[in-house]
Design a protein around this ligand. Structure first.
Ligand SMILES: [Fe+2]
Length: 518
């Protein structure tokens, strides 16, 4: 092919009709899902050369983000050439034959029909269709969504005793033409006789909207659009994968050698992270990637949002009890069901970490003399934005370290699940909760919706389950027994939760994955 031929071929490809384009990209998404196998977590061996942290933009030159630190390479035991080239092919196709096409009509008005068209029988043979949660039916219950499900982490007490979702900062970032700004604030009030929370005002581009106003329905839709953009871009990818997931894996590999007991404990929750982060970052954050073409922000706006929200990260979000205190929910006069559910799982992770540490360290002083652990904590403190002081405190202790280990396990299991695969039953329902709100009232274009469906479908690939015996990683019989005790405690919690009424927003131990890797 000569240089003169290339523009002609590009023009030809641009003419390919939407139906064909859609089939091709569905085929890519389905093939990716089918080819994926849960990673078998090997026993760590040997000592690889240390990984260096470098600037994000140095590893991903087309994505101008400077302050985020990422690994300079993928460790040899994680790399998979097949997956690597699959993602390279996918990113090349963004330019050659993009899944987006200007001028397409809106998705169908009937949500079931829209989903039927986007989520084909071939998709359904891989993974079940999403279910419309009760709180999305009829009058959308923002008060319930503020305490249960993927958006429950946003609620905070205001100085005057009310509660809020404060997403006003989203107004700063450039969004696509024709969209409403996502800078907004939802005010909630506790209804003490019913122990429920009610949304009472939404301050947004539509004005200061109250439940009796005609603008109330559209304002609620805009609020859910803002919060779902933030969950997918900031809480899931920026905070789970980049702010903590990457540093956690890097520091653990660099500071704890293959036979260190804490390396063995943490290994199932971090093996594969550098590799997965590398390929997924390209697929989602490159120009023309999922994030820019699906969500509300332009590529420039998205990059600035990532830089600012990375800088603002607070690791307290990995400890449900402390996070609830920080947000002023300690003794709220209303039910907080997601918080109770997530605390129950955190408690099991924490008890496991504490018992495991007790096998190897007899006192705080004993722990402080382990130079590997001191280096690990020091490196985590440097790499995670705003550090780990909330867990490390002034002095290293067994108690603080156990809580940190629980928090890192919680990140890779519970939090990644709630903010990623947990969106399946929420983010597909664009009439309730679109990823873009157009000023002229049009619905989501059909190509944007198709890509949203495929991106969420691919989040649901099968990963290594948390509920499996990791005793083969143990260094001795006592540690192996502790891994089994942990599994028994997860099974006990599963039994208890399964005796309660089922809910889609609940996290059950049987659905948890051991790590965040694609
Ligand atoms: Fe993820």
């Amino acid at each position: 092919m000569t240089g003169e031929d290339a523009p002609a071929i590009s023009r030809e490809l641009a003419m390919i009709p939407w139906g064909l384009r859609r089939r091709l990209w569905n085929l890519i998404a389905i093939s990716k899902y089918r080819a994926n196998r849960p990673v078998a977590i090997p026993v760590p061996v040997g000592n690889d050369r240390p990984i260096t942290d470098v600037s994000f933009v140095s590893q991903f030159p087309g994505i101008p983000i400077h302050n985020i630190r990422v690994a300079d390479r993928v460790p040899a035991d994680e790399a998979s050439r097949l997956k690597y080239y699959f993602y390279e092919f996918q990113v090349a196709m963004y330019r050659l034959l993009p899944p987006m096409q200007p001028g397409l009509p809106d998705m169908a008005e009937n949500p079931d029909q829209a989903l039927f068209e986007a989520y084909t029988p071939a998709h359904r043979r891989c993974f079940p269709v999403p279910v419309l949660p009760p709180e999305y039916q009829g009058e959308v219950d923002l008060g319930f969504l503020a305490v249960a499900g993927p958006y429950a982490g946003y609620l905070e007490r205001t100085p005057d005793g009310d509660y809020q979702w404060d997403l006003r900062q989203l107004a700063r970032y450039e969004h696509h033409d024709g969209l409403r700004s996502l800078g907004l604030r939802v005010l909630f009030r506790s209804n003490e006789p019913t122990s429920k929370l009610e949304a009472v005002r939404i301050d947004c581009e539509l004005g200061s909207c109250q439940p009796t106003d005609l603008t109330w329905g559209p304002a609620k839709q805009l609020a859910l659009c803002a919060v779902t953009n933030h969950v997918s871009l900031v809480r899931h990818f920026n905070w789970v994968h980049l702010a903590v997931g990457g540093p956690f894996a890097l520091a653990t590999r660099n500071c704890l050698d293959a036979r260190h007991p804490l390396r063995r404990l943490l290994w199932p929750h971090m093996f594969g992270t550098q590799y997965s982060n590398q390929i997924v970052t390209k697929g989602q954050m490159a120009k023309g990637g999922d994030f820019e073409t699906v969500f509300s922000f332009t590529h420039t706006g998205m990059c600035e949002l990532f830089e600012d929200s990375y800088q603002a990260y607070d690791i307290t979000v990995l400890d449900p009890e402390r996070d609830a205190e920080r947000r002023g929910l300690g003794c709220a006069g209303f039910d907080t069901p997601s918080l109770s559910n997530q605390r129950a799982i955190f408690d099991v992770l924490h008890a496991h970490a504490a018992r495991y540490l007790a096998l190897y360290y007899s006192s705080d002083q004993d722990l402080r003399t382990d130079a590997s652990v001191v280096n690990w904590l020091t490196l985590l403190d440097r790499l995670i934005p705003n550090g780990i002081r909330v867990f490390r405190g002034d002095e290293i202790t067994i108690a603080g370290t156990a809580r940190l280990i629980a928090a890192l396990s919680y990140l890779a299991t519970v939090q990644h699940d709630v903010l990623g695969t947990g969106l399946w039953n929420y983010q597909m329902w664009s009439r309730v909760q679109p990823v873009r709100v157009y000023k002229n009232g049009r619905r989501t274009p059909v190509d944007v919706y198709q890509r949203l469906v495929n991106a969420n479908f691919n989040l649901n690939v099968k990963r290594a389950a948390l509920m499996q015996d990791f005793g083969y990683l143990a260094l001795d019989a006592q540690a192996a027994a502790e891994f089994r005790t942990f599994q028994q405690e997860l099974a006990n919690l599963q039994t208890r939760l399964s005796q309660e009424p089922f809910a889609h927003w609940k996290v059950y131990p049987t659905m948890l994955e051991a790590n965040i890797n694609a």
